[in-house]
Design a protein around this ligand. Structure first.
Ligand code: NAD
Ligand code: TYD
Length: 341
């Protein structure tokens, strides 16, 4: 049956990939992207679907109650998928305030709208970072949905606070919610402040590749389309009130990733520069995806060795997209973050 879905944060990395997937997989659905277009949001990313009659873009802040309610009145959505967030750990260490505002208050505002106008499903896109980190010397340990919340950064704390609020709206008001907690994503349209696109951009410019600490921290990388497919399954078949972990058993150290990128671009390892570690740097993330596999049949489709080749090629083929981004405000950010690190 045709549905109307509001996708918040759809001009960002994962949200845009989700918009593309939804329009492709559900040709009778109406997809509304609500996005504030912060530094991380790019309207040019959505260019390919702007003229699609099943798509509408609305520039608004998820914290703006009046604008959110107006959109709900106009569109009467069946489903809301909330990707909108401040998403970068380093920025949250520099200035936590906007993280609390968008990630917590914005989530509450969206859910208030869902309560007021009625909804079939509210889905919160969360992160494995709410579980904190795992030790490097215990490869047998993984995050399950039962792992206690134990956050490290202002970013992960704000995401965890939002998750608790989502579960409270379910328990208190009976709001039909689901939550997904995914590991690190990579792929097309990834904003160049994050590890993989930053290293690709710097390597192509023969600039130093700033690796925090010794580069031994471990992340569990998932190709972005696999994350989007998991959310598609959860909003349609997932059980209300449940949390689903998403990850593909693909743990790599940061230094492995950086060296792989250099190899694919045929650039020298002498570009690697070890810099001062991130404050409170999480050691290892690793997801146990048994629940989503058993309940919804989800499995990752893109293996890392293929996904990283596709991703590097995408950045080579779409230089306009990211060169435009790194020519603006990003220069100040980069200087602040890496200038005398
Ligand atoms: P992103 O930073 O690339 O995009 C965020 C988008 O949200 C941007 O388009 C931005 O303009 C928009 N936005 C920010 N504040 C807003 C506001 N107040 N109102 C409306 N729109 C606003 O982020 P991403 O990497 O695509 O992450 C999307 C979601 O997935 C986030 O909730 C993040 O916590 C979560 N997540 C990300 C990863 C990852 O590896 N990137 C992994 C797990 C979960
Ligand atoms: P990031 O892409 O910021 O994602 P997250 O912090 O959410 O996992 O960083 C991934 C890993 O790469 C993390 O351990 C920090 C490290 N990192 C660097 O070593 N250098 C960098 O310039 C960046 C941005 C990240």
């Amino acid at each position: 049956m045709a549905k109307t879905i509001i996708v918040t944060g759809g001009a960002g990395f994962i949200g845009s990939n989700f918009v593309f997937l939804m329009l492709k997989e559900h040709s009778d659905y109406r997809i509304i992207c609500l996005d504030k277009l912060t530094y991380a949001g790019n309207l040019s990313t959505l260019e390919p679907v702007m003229n699609n009659p099943n798509f509408r873009f609305v520039k608004a802040d998820i914290c703006d109650r009046e604008a959110v309610y107006k959109l709900f009145e106009e569109e009467k959505p069946d489903i809301v998928v909330n990707f909108a967030a401040e998403s970068h750990v380093d920025r949250s260490i520099e200035d936590p305030g906007i993280f609390l505002q968008t990630n917590i208050m914005g989530t509450a505002t969206l859910m208030d709208a869902c309560r007021k106008y009625g909804i079939e499903r509210y889905h919160q896109v969360s992160t494995d970072e709410v579980y904190g980190d795992l030790p490097l010397d215990r490869p047998d340990l993984f995050f399950t949905e039962e792992t206690p919340i134990h956050t490290s950064s202002p970013y992960s704390s704000s995401k965890a606070a939002a998750d608790l609020l989502v579960l409270a709206y379910h328990r208190t008001y009976g709001l039909p919610v689901t939550i997904s907690r995914c590991s690190n994503n990579y792929g097309p349209y990834h904003f160049p402040e994050k590890l993989i696109p930053l290293m690709i951009a710097n390597a192509l410019a023969d600039k130093p590749l700033p690796v925090y600490g010794e580069g031994l921290n471990v992340r569990d990388w998932l190709y972005v389309e696999d994350h989007c497919k998991a959310i598609d399954l959860i909003i349609h078949n997932g059980r209300v009130g449940e949390v689903y972990n998403i990850g593909g058993h693909n743990e790599k150290t940061n230094i492995y990733i950086v060296k792989k990128i250099l190899e694919l671009l045929d650039k020298p390892e002498s570009l690697i520069t070890y810099v001062t570690d991130r404050k409170g740097h999480d050691l290892r993330y690793a997801i146990d995806p048994t629940k989503i596999h058993n309940e919804l049949g989800w499995l990752p489709e893109t293996m890392f060795d293929d996904g990283i080749v596709k991703t590097v090629q995408w950045y080579l083929d779409n230089k306009d997209w990211w060169e435009n981004i790194i020519s603006g405000e990003y220069q100040d950010y980069y200087e602040r973050m890496y200038g005398d690190r």
